[in-house]
Design a protein around this ligand. Structure first.
Ligand code: GDD
Ligand code: MN
Length: 377
C-alpha cells in the first residue's frame, strides 16, 4: 500500500521550485558541505535549491560547492571573477533563480537554518508579506555569537541607519531573511549593492512601506574560518548610507573619488614643502615629484576604497593600473589648465571661478576615464 503522507511529501519536493537559498561565500570551503547537509535536513519536503555565490576564493570554496553540485542537482554555484562584495553577490544569486521565494543565509553556519521552515510558513501564510527576517533583537533572539566589540559596532550601525529605514525594524543589520522575488525585482533598480548590508539596502530602496515579520534566532559564534567584516567594510557601510541620502545628486563613487582627489592636493603640498622648502630641490623637480607622489597616493586610495569591488591586486595589475591612472590624470590636468585658461583669458571670468571650473572638468575627466580604463570591469 502506498503511504499517502510520504507521497504528498515527494510531490511537494518534486513540484515547481518554491525556494532558493542564496549563500554568499568567501573563503568558506570548510563550511560548505556541513551547511548543505543542514539545509537538506531542515528543508525536507520543500522544492528548494541552494545557490552558493563565491568571489573566486583562493581556498577552493567554489570547488567544494561544485563537488556537491555534481551529485546533488539542488546545489548550484556561481563563481564571480575580478569582483568582491557581499551585497552584490547576494543580488546576483537572487537574479539567477526562477524560484518565487529567495532566502539569504551566511555560509559560515552562524545563522540558524532551523528558522528557514518558519520563514517559509510565514511567507506562505500571508501573500502580502514581503519579507520574513531572522532577528537577533526580538524576544527569543540573541547575538551571543558576537564579541562585545562587534555587538557595540552593530548597535552603532543600527543607530546610524534609523533615519534612513522608516520602519520599526529591530535588526536591520541582519543578513538572514526570506523575501518574495517580486519585491526584490521591485527595488532592484535602486539598490546600492555596496558592502555588507543587503537587507538595509532593500528597505531603503523601497518606494512603499514593506510588510515584514521578524522571527527570533540566536546568532551563533563562528566555527571554521574568519569574519570578512573589517574596517573597509565598515567604511563601505557609511558609503552606502551616503548613497541612499545623496547618491542621486552626487553619486557615491564620484564623491569619494573627489574627496580623495582633495586629499591628493594636500599630499602634493606636503611633497613640495619637504623638497622645495626643506631640501632646496629645484621647483620643477619638486613639482614633478609631488605630482607623481599625489597621483600614486590617489591611485592607492581609490584602489582600496573607491574601487574596492574591482580592486587591482598583484604587481602586474597594480603597475598597469598605476600607469593608466597616471596617463588619465595627466590628460585631466591638461584639460583642467586648458578650460581654466580659456575661461579666464577669453571669457574674462574671475580667476577663482576659472580655477574651480578647471578643477571640476579635470575631476570629471579623471573619474570617467579611470573608471573606464584603470578599473574597468
Ligand atoms: N561572495 C562573497 N563575497 N561572500 C562574502 C564576501 C564577499 O566579498 N564577504 C563575506 N562573504 C560571505 C562570508 O563568507 C559569509 O558566508 C557571509 O558572507 C557573512 O560574512 P562574515 O564575514 O561571516 O560576516 P559577519 O559574521 O561578520 O556578519 C554577518 O552576520 C551579521 C549578523 O547577521 C553578515 O551577514 C552581516 O550582514 C550580518 O549582519
Ligand atoms: Mn559570519
Amino acid at each position: 500500500m502506498i503511504d499517502m503522507r510520504e507521497d504528498e511529501t515527494r510531490a511537494a519536493a518534486d513540484g515547481p521550485i518554491a525556494l532558493a537559498i542564496i549563500i554568499p561565500v568567501f573563503q568558506e570551503s570548510a563550511n560548505i558541505a556541513e551547511l548543505a547537509a543542514r539545509l537538506a535536513a531542515v528543508l525536507e519536503g520543500v522544492a528548494w535549491e541552494a545557490i552558493f555565490v563565491d568571489d573566486n576564493s583562493p581556498d577552493g570554496t567554489a570547488d567544494a560547492a561544485r563537488a556537491l553540485a555534481r551529485t546533488d542537482r539542488r546545489i548550484r554555484v556561481i563563481e564571480r571573477v575580478g569582483r568582491r562584495g557581499l551585497a552584490s553577490a547576494v543580488i546576483e544569486g537572487m537574479l539567477a533563480t526562477a524560484a518565487p521565494l529567495v532566502a539569504v543565509i551566511d555560509g559560515d553556519l552562524q545563522h540558524d537554518e532551523a528558522l528557514l521552515p518558519r520563514m517559509l510558513a510565514a511567507m506562505e501564510a500571508d501573500p502580502a508579506l514581503d519579507l520574513a527576517i531572522g532577528s537577533r533583537f526580538v524576544a527569543g533572539g540573541s547575538d551571543a555569537g558576537l564579541s562585545d566589540k562587534r555587538a557595540a559596532q552593530s548597535r552603532l550601525a543600527t543607530r546610524l541607519s534609523r533615519g534612513a529605514i522608516g520602519a520599526d525594524l529591530k535588526d536591520p543589520m541582519s543578513g538572514f531573511f526570506m523575501a518574495r522575488i517580486e519585491t526584490i525585482r521591485e527595488v532592484l533598480p535602486r539598490l546600492s549593492a555596496i558592502g555588507f548590508k543587503i537587507l538595509l539596502d532593500i528597505f531603503t530602496s523601497a518606494r512603499r512601506p514593506l510588510k515584514f515579520v521578524e522571527l527570533p534566532y540566536a546568532f551563533r559564534s563562528r566555527g571554521a574560518g574568519a569574519s570578512k567584516l573589517d574596517r573597509a567594510i565598515a567604511f563601505e557601510y557609511l558609503v552606502m548610507l551616503y548613497d541612499k541620502a545623496f547618491g542621486r545628486i552626487v553619486p557615491a563613487r564620484f564623491a569619494l573619488f573627489s574627496a580623495i582627489g582633495a586629499l591628493g592636493v594636500a599630499v602634493h603640498f606636503a611633497f613640495l614643502t619637504a623638497m622645495f622648502q626643506g631640501a632646496n630641490t629645484s621647483f620643477a623637480a619638486a613639482q614633478a615629484v609631488a605630482t607623481l607622489g599625489a597621483m600614486t597616493f590617489n591611485f592607492a586610495l581609490n584602489n582600496s576604497l573607491t574601487y574596492r569591488d574591482r580592486q587591482l591586486r598583484g604587481p602586474k595589475q597594480l603597475l598597469k593600473g598605476w600607469l593608466s591612472f597616471c596617463v588619465v590624470c595627466s590628460v585631466g590636468a591638461l584639460a583642467n589648465v586648458g578650460v581654466a585658461t580659456w575661461l579666464f583669458e577669453t571669457r574674462h571670468a574671475l580667476w577663482t571661478l576659472s580655477a574651480l571650473a578647471g578643477i571640476a572638468v579635470g575631476a570629471v575627466w579623471n573619474f570617467a576615464l579611470s573608471s573606464r580604463f584603470t578599473w574597468s570591469r
